[in-house]
Design a protein around this ligand. Structure first.
Ligand code: FES
Length: 525
């Protein structure tokens, strides 16, 4: 295997940077491609935690299952997460109560607690070695936030049935003495080791997994791959982070963000194994927050994995902070609060933020009854993906599930969602228009320097042109294959990102994030 070539083509991971998780597994999660047509009970598109957990649960319930993944296992967002397994959700419980009511918020909290239990149980049952550990989680105040935020959250989390308590200091942190909420019984694991273990269990139970297999057509009868293989199925599940089989409806209800991660050494024994989160920078429209965990690394060091500095996908420039400059901000913040040594990893990931803070899991709106989607991770992709596995299995088997309506992709809570989503949409549109490339006709291909990219006008159409480190020029059509917005260059991950709904493409035009499901036209020298 030529790993550097696989990175360029987006097979191993959806960007230039390699996460610690992908770097620390031997098997990159590659399986065969299908060489004949199939007929099965369920076909699942997407080989991340959501797709594989769903496959695992369905197999246990007696269904035949085929999983197809266009890269390798975990080459989407599961390989780029920081893998917090929590019922301390990214969005506040007092907001969930306002949107979903107290009774449903209890069920939401319970569903996340049970997802952590499910992962723990599955690891035992399938003997998966993935460094799972129960840990404490600490939610503390961002300096821009008010103490009432934590007080309200403490009470709302208690009402939701979580055993939270208040502490006066944040364990393990320096320069931090604010009030903090302790969420006990959270967990962390190595997400790639976990899903590779799930993949082994799926095969043992008779499931089939195909990688390097792109589902170019998806409908209620099954899928057709790029190679023309037909997989007919009674049920279809699309677990592709952003659903590639839903053209419009879902993309009016959620918004795509880039988030940044560094991995730095910290001397073994200096910090507890734990999770930390602040309440987010309230001076920004959509308050980005920091999220931190530790993970065993080598004989002398643990790794402190710290994330944050989010921005709407494709719109980093509108805040005048380029994608690649966000790691330094993260490092400064981490050094201020934790005794870190060298930064040895950096990578970014994509988060889908639903308008009402909760994942969309269930029947695809305005589609046949047998087509399901899993999307809107809301920064809690590990638990939401696990909840999806159980919920979709029940829906397919016709079993009642108290979560069906709560997580339904058809729900529409616009009026209860508050101003945040409106700000995201209006702000995103304004930022897109502000950064729209109006002077593309003034740019010539020869003026693009090594390592740079520009939108240029060729034959009266906009194109994206990138000159690589070897001076080779790569040109793609600049119209996103979802709804034709003009793509933006992400110099950090060397990808073309779409500011409208978060589709992403390699510099050779291969689609690596939905909702687009088709490559950009590509021309090289
Ligand atoms: Fe919708 Fe590009 S992602 S137009």
């Amino acid at each position: 295997m030529n790993s550097s070539n696989n990175i360029v083509t987006g097979n191993i991971t959806s960007g230039k940077h390699i996460s610690f998780w992908i770097d620390s597994v031997e098997n990159p999660g590659s399986f065969n491609k299908p060489d004949k047509n199939y007929n099965t009970d369920v076909v699942i598109v997407g080989g991340g935690i959501a797709g594989l957990t769903t496959a695992y649960c369905l197999l246990k319930s007696g269904k035949q299952v085929i999983v197809v993944e266009d890269g390798y296992i975990g080459s989407g967002e599961t390989g780029r997460t920081t893998a917090h397994l929590v019922n301390a959700l990214d969005d506040r419980y007092y907001d969930l109560e306002r949107i979903f009511g107290e009774k449903n918020t209890k069920l939401i909290a319970k569903s996340h607690s049970e997802a952590i239990d499910f992962v723990e149980q599955t690891i035992k049952e399938e003997n998966i070695q993935c460094d799972f550990k129960r840990v404490n989680g600490y939610l503390f105040l961002h300096p821009s936030d008010k103490i009432e935020t934590l007080e309200k959250e403490l009470e709302a989390a208690k009402r939701a049935g979580i055993n939270v308590s208040r502490m006066a200091e944040v364990p393990g942190m320096k320069n931090e003495s604010s009030v903090v909420i302790l969420f006990p019984d959270q967990a962390q694991f190595h997400p790639m080791k976990y899903i590779l273990g799930l993949a082994v269990a799926i095969e043992k139970k008779g499931g089939l997994i195909f990688t390097g297999t792109h589902a170019k057509e998806i409908d209620e009868t099954g899928i057709i791959t790029d190679d023309g293989i037909r997989i007919k199925a009674k049920h279809i599940v699309v677990a592709t982070n952003s659903p590639v089989n839903n053209k419009v409806v879902m993309h009016l209800k959620q918004y795509a963000y880039r988030t940044y991660v560094i991995g730095a050494t910290v001397k073994k024994g200096t910090l507890p194994q734990a999770l930390w989160w602040d309440t987010g920078d309230q001076e920004k429209d959509i308050p980005p927050y920091h999220y931190v965990r530790t993970h065993p690394f080598d004989d002398n060091n643990d790794l402190l994995i710290c994330g944050g500095e989010d921005h709407a996908t494709g719109l980093a420039d509108s805040e005048n902070i380029k994608e690649e400059d966000r790691y330094a901000l993260l490092e400064n913040w981490a050094r201020l609060h934790f005794p870190i040594g060298e930064v040895i990893y950096k990578w970014s990931g994509q988060v889908m933020e639903p308008m009402d803070s909760l994942a969309y899991i269930g029947r695809n709106p305005m589609d046949a009854e047998n087509v399901f989607i899993i999307t809107g991770d809301s920064g809690n992709g590990m638990t939401h993906g696990t909840i999806a596995g159980n919920l979709i299995t029940n829906l397919i088997n016709g079993k009642e599930n108290e979560l069906e309506k709560i997580y339904s992709p058809s729900r529409f809570k616009f009026f209860k969602s508050g101003m945040t989503f409106l700000k995201e949409f209006v702000g995103g549109l304004a930022a897109y228009l502000k950064t729209y490339p109006r002077d593309a006709d003034a740019v010539t291909l020869s003026s693009i320097k090594t390592g740079e990219a520009e939108i240029v006008e060729l034959n009266k159409k906009k194109h994206g042109a990138y000159r690589d480190a070897y001076n080779k020029l790569h040109v793609v059509s600049a119209e996103c294959t979802h709804l034709q917005c003009i793509i933006k260059w992400n110099n950090d991950e060397k990808s073309w990102d779409c500011p409208c709904h978060g589709s992403r493409f390699t510099y050779q035009g291969k689609v690596i994030n939905g909702p687009a499901n088709k490559n950009l036209e590509y021309y090289d020298e």
